[in-house]
Design a protein around this ligand. Structure first.
Ligand SMILES: *Cc1c(COP(=O)(O)O)cnc(C)c1O
Length: 412
């Protein structure tokens, strides 16, 4: 795998594509493929085209290799949600700006983030969390920190997204004014943040959420320094073809321009999925076939958590050139002994696929590669680099005419 170059440094072998990996390794274990160019292209797209600052939501894929790719492509801010993520990003990217955007944190995590790692931005959705942040960041004499950037998380609807994030976090609009006012009193910068849910399928999700932000600002009559529209930017999966991201950026830009905030306030977003979905694919092997069920060597406890637990459909491709018996629909069983290790799909593959064949499963960079566990002794596979295109891309410039989907949005 590793070639020592004449300079003595480690040089990673780059494979042209998944079939080349199978030819070279005939892997017994699942193999993750990294596509740095795809992640870099996504990061440059956000850095250049989002009308504000883009924070990478680290939980989607915390791989240090990926973090360095995103940093090199212009992503300077990182949305972290645990002290382990704070430490990881700080160790990997010493100059990155870290924003601790989990609304429920432990006091010790806040203190370490603030005092050791230079974190100034925190989110909250209760008065108790505000008090916890103030206590955990004050100095030994009890003086309050004067450089806090505090974002109040507003609850918004997830109705336009494939995965809801509406029930766990966020203060209701009806209760937001006192918390916004109290936070304004102690924050250097006051922000309002929200999350429309993951894989938002229309820009209208953000427009509607920003209407709620407007109401919150008017109710509380506070000056706001940051509007953070969160994550939710979609990728492409079978049966889920969202409008181009330019449409989302345009709608967010227009809706945020009309908010009652000052010209100096900043617009932020926190993409996770959209920055890394295209970064990974996975090679699995069919170990057994039973009718239209394929027993593969990765699954619910590996990189295919979402395929099993929320029925997410990922693109698939048989890597054995000889298969031509037309197409058929299959479901998958993962390798563990658990009945729940089942992915109903359907996954469309050659009808004559058989045990021993390899399958590439695409678009697993977000909430895929990051979810692997060692349950039941599985999850050991290798990670390699590939130089071909991901199975689908939001960033190739060949998406449908933005004006068409704009019309759809304004009609809703
Ligand atoms: C998970 C999460 C994100 C990223 O969401 P995506 O749908 O992957 O873009 C952003 N912000 C917060 C607070 C999150 O919890």
């Amino acid at each position: 795998m590793f070639n020592v170059s004449v300079w003595g440094s480690l040089e990673l072998h780059i494979y042209p594509d998944a079939p080349a990996v199978v030819r070279a390794l005939a892997p017994d274990e699942p193999v993750i493929l990294n596509r740095k160019a795809a992640a870099s292209r996504a990061a440059r797209f956000f850095a250049e085209k989002f009308p504000g600052k883009s924070l990478y939501a680290v939980k989607a894929n915390p791989s240090p290799d990926l973090l360095r790719v995103l940093w090199d492509a212009g992503i300077t801010h990182y949305d972290v949600a645990s002290i382990a993520e704070v430490r990881l990003v700080r160790a990997t990217l010493p100059e990155a700006v870290l924003c601790f955007m989990h609304p429920v944190k432990t006091a010790s995590a806040i203190t370490e983030a603030y005092k050791v790692h230079g974190v100034r931005t925190f989110s909250l959705d209760t008065q108790e969390e505000l008090e916890k942040i103030l206590g955990a960041t004050s100095d030994d004499a009890g003086n309050l920190a004067e450089d806090l950037r505090l974002c109040v998380r507003l609850r918004v609807s997830s109705e336009y997204s494939e995965l809801s994030l509406a029930s766990k976090f966020g203060i209701d609009l009806a209760d937001a004014a006192p918390l916004l006012q109290a936070t304004r009193q102690v924050a250097d910068w006051l922000g309002i943040c929200f999350h429309v849910g993951s894989q938002a399928m229309t820009p209208f999700a953000y427009v509607q959420a920003l209407e709620r932000v407007r109401a919150a600002i008017v109710d509380a009559a506070v000056t706001v320094d940051i509007i953070d529209v969160g994550g939710g930017f979609p990728s492409i999966y079978p049966g889920m073809e969202p409008p181009p991201l330019e449409d989302f950026f345009g709608a967010i830009h227009r809706a945020s321009e009309s908010l009652p905030i000052s010209y100096s306030s900043e617009l932020w977003c926190e993409p996770g999925r959209a920055l890394c979905a295209e970064y990974n694919s996975l090679i699995v092997r069919v170990e057994k076939r039973r009718g239209d069920e394929l027993y593969i060597n990765d699954g619910a406890y590996g990189a295919l958590f979402d395929a099993a637990h929320v029925g997410w459909r990922f693109p698939v491709k048989c890597l054995n050139a000889g298969r031509q018996g037309g197409e058929a629909e299959f479901s998958f069983y993962g390798p563990t002994c658990d009945d729940a290790d089942y992915m109903k799909g359907p996954f469309t593959l050659p009808a004559d696929i058989a045990a021993g064949d390899y399958i590439e499963i695409g678009m697993l960079g977000a909430y895929g590669a990051a979810m692997r566990t060692a349950f039941n002794g599985f999850g050991q596979g290798e990670v390699v680099e590939a130089s071909d295109e991901p199975m689908a891309s939001q960033y190739l410039g060949n998406r449908r005419d933005p004006r068409v989907s704009d019309n759809v949005v304004s009609l809703r």
